[in-house]
Write a protein that binds this ligand. Structure first.
Ligand code: AMP
Length: 152
């Protein structure tokens, strides 16, 4: 039955489904926009976290923010890519999840965000919680529930 799968999901925490920090592409405070654009382009991600050397989370930088900043009134100001730092452009108004938050809280946030950064109580970056991860888990639970129904 599907309700069984849902109960299993409810018992999980964000830590159980997150992508750990060592597998997450990021840029550092002090990097210029050119570097961020390179990382975003090469990885194919739309946005990535901005961290400092202690792994403290400061914000997110995305392709749209970079493009928006280099479009001048009359021309594209390519020189800004080299001269501007990620911290001048990044979005700091971002949702955050803690390792022990519930999956329900994560689900609430990924309705409006493709991924959410996970931190510990000291604001140290631990990883990301993505729509893909939760959708894969839900799909698995539905398949298990269907197989269970078939064998009844
Ligand atoms: P996904 O749900 O896998 O399609 O990922 C959605 C978004 O999460 C991507 O566009 C990225 O902005 C971010 N993301 C996912 N995986 C990673 C990763 N390994 N490193 C950095 N960002 C990621």
């Amino acid at each position: 039955m599907f309700s069984l799968g849902a109960n299993e999901l409810m018992g999980l925490t964000i830590q159980d489904l997150m992508i750990s920090g060592d597998k997450v592409a990021h840029v550092q405070i002090g990097n210029n926009l050119e570097h961020a654009l390179l990382v975003l382009t090469k990885t194919g991600y739309t946005a990535i976290p901005v961290l400092d050397p202690t792994f403290t989370l400061h914000g997110l930088i995305g392709m749209n923010l970079i493009m928006d900043n280099i479009f001048g009134l009359e021309r594209i100001e390519f020189e800004k890519l080299e001269n501007m730092k990620v911290e001048e452009v990044m979005n700091t108004d971002i949702p955050r999840l803690y390792l022990h938050d519930t999956i329900e809280k994560g689900l609430d946030l990924v309705v409006n965000h493709p991924f959410v950064c996970v931190i510990n109580e000291n604001n140290i970056f631990e990883g990301i919680f993505t729509r893909r991860a939760i959708l894969k888990k839900v799909k698995k639970q539905i398949q298990l529930a269907n197989n269970g129904n078939d064998s009844e």
